[in-house]
Write a protein that binds this ligand. Structure first.
Ligand SMILES: [Zn+2]
Length: 120
């Protein structure tokens, strides 16, 4: 079976890219899709099936990305490492989420578009 290298869908590019502790003892890198998996599951509170649908990956892949993201983040918090958010295998969605409920990012984005349209 050929390896599926399809990129993971994310709602948007991250806004912040570098976090630095008071005394840095190294760096960890969080990929953009790792941040997205944590955003969907831990911040938006989606279950893993729905998060997997949003990111256009299997549930197994979502879980792998999510656990790797949490490990990387908690390591930085506990050990005082810088978090660099960069790279990965992802594409920024051209359209808002199509799931049961819109995520905060896409809801914000849609309101912004409506505002801009109503100004014209
Ligand atoms: Zn979204």
């Amino acid at each position: 079976m050929p390896r599926n290298s399809k990129c993971r869908r994310v709602c948007a590019e991250p806004v912040h890219h570098i976090f630095v502790p008071e005394r840095s003892s190294g760096q960890v890198t969080l990929t953009v899709e790792e941040l997205e998996a944590m955003r969907l599951c831990d911040l938006e509170g989606l279950d893993q099936d729905e998060a997997a649908k949003r990111m256009d990956v299997s549930r197994g892949t979502l879980q792998r990305i999510l656990y790797s993201a949490r490990k990387c983040t908690v390591q930085a918090l506990v050990e005082g490492k810088e978090i660099i958010i960069s790279g990965g295998n992802y594409r920024v969605a051209g359209e808002p989420c199509q799931c049961r409920k819109n995520c905060n990012h896409c809801r914000f984005h849609l309101n912004k578009i409506k505002e801009l349209e109503s100004d014209e």
